[in-house]
Design a protein around this ligand. Structure first.
Ligand code: UD2
Length: 321
């Protein structure tokens, strides 16, 4: 059988878009998902596609047994994760088990299975409150949450385990990802999903704090494309995102800083909603004030630039809801 790409968390929000990008590139795909937050509906498009296999299982479990007979694998894209910063503060050890321990174990399995490339979904949370915005990869990492700390620790583990075992690793530091299939239904949902769902129901959008805080909002289709490029990139090059030549990871953002008040207005435009439907609530504790990515490294190393403008991305997401 031809080589597959393993996508952990492939039934999730970013995962299902990654499956789409990989299929568009003609890759065979094996999804490993425990369906704790991932959904079968997210993969409905590929139900009858023999080049997409779906395995139900937990990345903390016996991955070798779960995946036996489904290889060989050219690459692993590791997206299965505990995704909430807030939840990582409430349950840091659970976050550690999923986001660090399972990542290190998966890398060791990948090395033993002869996988050559490992792409890891890291996060802008590794920076904490950046000293400078936009933030470059060379800036210090001072995570403010267990979530950010585990993502950074996972980068460090991959940065040494990869070279030790001959697996090229790429750690992508994702900024604020939004788009179709992002679950709007949990209190941990991303701001775009929350805002769009509320605007759709004619409810006021709630802004935490004064709304001057900024984020770098990147459309999920762009992120899936970056992941596809990370699989292909540097085939003859050095260890990407490893400790020796790259000090950590590669930012995946747009470089554009958007204030949350500005986002609220853009969401209302995308939904054709009337004005005056914004409520202010106290700021979330421990939040960062500003965030945006320096995007040069992604351009140089991956040949990646975000393409979908915010208004267009919001329209595509509003249509899906
Ligand atoms: C995002 C990611 C997180 C991590 C982090 C890295 C999500 C859901 N979380 O956390 O996984 O990668 O970035 O820095 O993508 N807000 C409102 N009203 C709402 C919801 C949110 O004002 O109804 C504000 C919130 O206070 C914050 C901003 O919007 O200032 C973004 O919030 P978020 O929860 O979407 O994402 P963030 O940046 O906390």
């Amino acid at each position: 059988m031809n080589e597959a790409v393993l996508v952990t968390g492939g039934a999730g929000f970013i995962g299902s878009h990654t499956v789409a990008a990989l299929r568009a590139a003609g890759r065979r795909v094996v999804v490993l998902d425990d369906f704790s937050t991932g959904r079968r509906e997210n993969l409905a498009e590929w139900t009858d596609d023999p080049a997409v296999e779906v395995i139900e299982g937990d990345v903390r479990g016996e991955v070798g047994l779960l995946l036996a007979g489904h290889g060989p694998f050219a690459a692993v894209v590791h997206l299965a994760a505990q995704t909430s910063v807030v939840r990582s503060i409430a349950a840091p050890i659970d976050d550690l088990d999923v986001n660090l321990r399972a990542t290190a174990r998966l890398m060791l399995w990948a090395a033993a299975a002869g996988v050559r490339r490992f792409v890891f979904a890291s996060s802008a949370a590794v920076y904490g409150e950046p000293r400078r915005v936009p933030v470059a990869e060379t800036e210090p990492t001072t995570p403010l949450s267990p979530y950010g700390a585990a993502k950074r620790a996972a980068e460090l583990y991959l940065g040494c385990l990869g070279p030790l075992h001959g697996v090229r690793t790429v750690c992508l530091r994702l900024f604020n990802v939004y788009g179709p299939r992002q679950d709007p239904g949990s209190p941990y949902s991303g701001v775009v999903a929350m805002f769009l769902a509320r605007a759709r129901r004619g409810e006021p959008l709630t802004i935490f704090g004064d709304g001057t805080q900024t984020r770098d909002l990147i459309y999920v289709g762009d992120v899936a494309r970056a992941i596809g490029l990370a699989i292909e990139a540097g085939a003859e090059g050095h260890v990407l995102g490893g400790m020796s030549e790259e000090p950590g990871g590669i930012n995946v953002g747009t470089g554009r800083e958007v204030a949350i008040v500005e986002l609220a207005a853009a969401v209302q435009r995308a939904c054709g909603a009337s004005e005056g439907t914004i409520a202010f609530a106290p700021a979330r504790p421990g939040e960062i004030a500003r965030s945006a990515a320096v995007t040069e490294r992604a351009a140089e190393v991956l040949g990646f630039r975000a393409e979908v403008e915010l208004d267009e991305g919001l329209r595509r997401t509003a249509v899906w809801l």
